[in-house]
Design a protein around this ligand. Structure first.
Ligand code: ATP
Ligand code: MG
Length: 421
């Protein structure tokens, strides 16, 4: 580790963007418990950066500075931090110690000019945006913008433009140093993983449910995933696609994700005798939710999550949604309920799930009756549940299920469902 934290001292030999500026969003709004969230975020950042040449992470004036042993891995580290929830933006920056800077901010201007030359691309104008965290600094933001802007303009020969510039050079004035950077990469937002408790997410092979799980993970939840597959035993599960979706979600989690694979056959052999075709779809959802609720209790989850979107298909009419889970004694969150397919698809693409979700898969939902009732009363399902002994179906399904652990790197460990943790 360099003793000056990689501060830029000789711009003639190039710049050394070996510090990442990391800002957080909503945590800043927290009151007395803010340190708890900050500690979580810091731990999660450390885990995401394991194996990277990080020499130190410090919290300075409401942001984190991640110091690297050289600039080579700066972009790779920024990529990793973009998948840590709770972060608003990330920027590889050049640090300039305050005592290296004369009253004309010459060195800041020179570094800003260097970075502008490197990154300006095809921009036709630019802006310098200064933020002063050190209120005691003798020049105000406008004055700094002007001085640094002059140096940048001379270097790249472009005019400054204050509104909607093509290109921005940022200057951050902290108490001990200046930080200069050209790009701000969006972070994932939300709250740090682990700060909101555990939820049990129902994962199908479709587009919606991975997005629903991701949105809850973004709110700081740790997720256990449950998938119901067509077949009787784990050996029948053609789970490659589901595991790939779980692996994708695991990238956003600092701890391994649990994925339960549960067979549908224990439901089907009972339903065949007792459940009329038009009730099958909704009854089957009851079975799935009850399996998930039983798993949630084992995994210490306090709520279930589904990818339902109101009116999307027959099982998602308001009446049917109301009839599916009246007896769960656990909240069911449906983060997509008010979104339309276009919005959901855009999110799916953004998180990289879409190309996996559109792979062919024989989901056990797709083999249910093609004409389900659009409006089912809970009372009818209650009677059917007693007649077919739904709790026995759930118990049997869990006993034949499989529990997998998926590490952040995609490593997979199989654990028999009946095994203790
Ligand atoms: P699609 O993009 O095809 O709509 P989907 O995931 O929304 O995919 P739906 O058939 O609309 O699938 O099911 C609604 C919700 O029920 C899903 O979002 C998911 O949470 C849950 N679900 C459906 N099928 C399964 C399954 N086989 N295992 C676990 N959960 C499921
Ligand atoms: Mg759907």
């Amino acid at each position: 580790m360099t003793t000056n934290h990689g501060d830029h001292t000789d711009h003639a030999v190039g710049y050394d963007a070996s510090v990442l500026v990391v800002t957080y969003g909503e945590i800043a709004l927290k009151g007395r418990n803010r340190p708890v969230f900050q500690r979580r975020l810091l731990n999660n950042m450390r885990r995401a950066l394991a194996g990277e040449p990080v020499t130190r992470i410090n919290h300075v004036e409401s942001r984190y500075l991640v110091w690297l042993d050289g600039p080579a891995r700066a972009e790779a580290c920024a990529d990793k931090l973009a998948r840590v929830f709770g972060i608003r933006w990330i920027s590889p920056a050049v640090s300039i110690a305050k005592n290296d800077v004369g009253p004309e901010l010459e060195r800041v201007g020179a570094v800003a000019a260097d970075l502008a030359r490197r990154d300006v691309g095809l921009a036709a104008n630019f802006k310098v945006a200064t933020r002063r965290s050190d209120r005691g600094f003798p020049l105000n933001s406008q004055e700094i913008n002007r001085l640094v802007g002059r140096a940048v303009s001379a270097a790249i020969g472009l005019p400054a433009r204050m509104t909607r510039p093509d290109f921005t050079v940022h200057v951050l004035v902290l108490r001990e140093r200046f930080l200069v950077f050209t790009g701000k990469r969006d972070g994932a937002g939300g709250l740090p993983s682990g700060s909101s408790g555990r939820v049990c997410c129902m994962l199908s092979g479709g587009i919606d449910s991975p997005v629903a799980a991701w949105l809850m993970m973004r709110r700081g939840c740790r997720a256990a995933l449950v998938h119901v597959f067509s077949g009787r035993t784990a050996a029948d599960a053609d789970a490659g696609k589901i595991i790939d979706l779980a692996r994708l979600l695991a990238v956003w989690s600092p701890v391994p994700l649990t994925l339960w694979l549960v067979p549908v056959v224990p439901y089907e052999i009972r339903a065949i005798e007792h459940v009329a075709d038009r009730y099958d779809m909704v009854m089957f959802r009851r079975f799935m939710l009850q399996c998930a609720a039983a798993i949630a209790r084992r995994e210490n989850c306090l709520a279930l999550v589904t990818g339902d979107s109101l009116g999307q298909v027959a099982s998602q009419t308001l009446q049917n949604l109301a009839a599916i889970g009246p007896d769960l004694q656990m909240p069911v969150f449906r983060p997509l309920i008010a979104m339309d397919k276009e919005q959901i698809t855009a999110l799916s693409q953004q998180i990289g799930a879409f190309t996996i979700s559109i792979r062919p898969y024989r989901d056990c939902c797709s083999i249910r009756s093609p004409h389900p009732a659009l409006s089912t009363r809970a009372g009818v399902l209650d009677d059917l549940a007693v007649r077919m002994d739904l709790p026995a179906a759930v118990e049997e399904a869990l006993a034949c299920g499989e529990r997998l652990l998926i590490g952040p790197g995609g490593r997979l460990q199989r654990i028999r469902a009946a095994d203790p943790d």
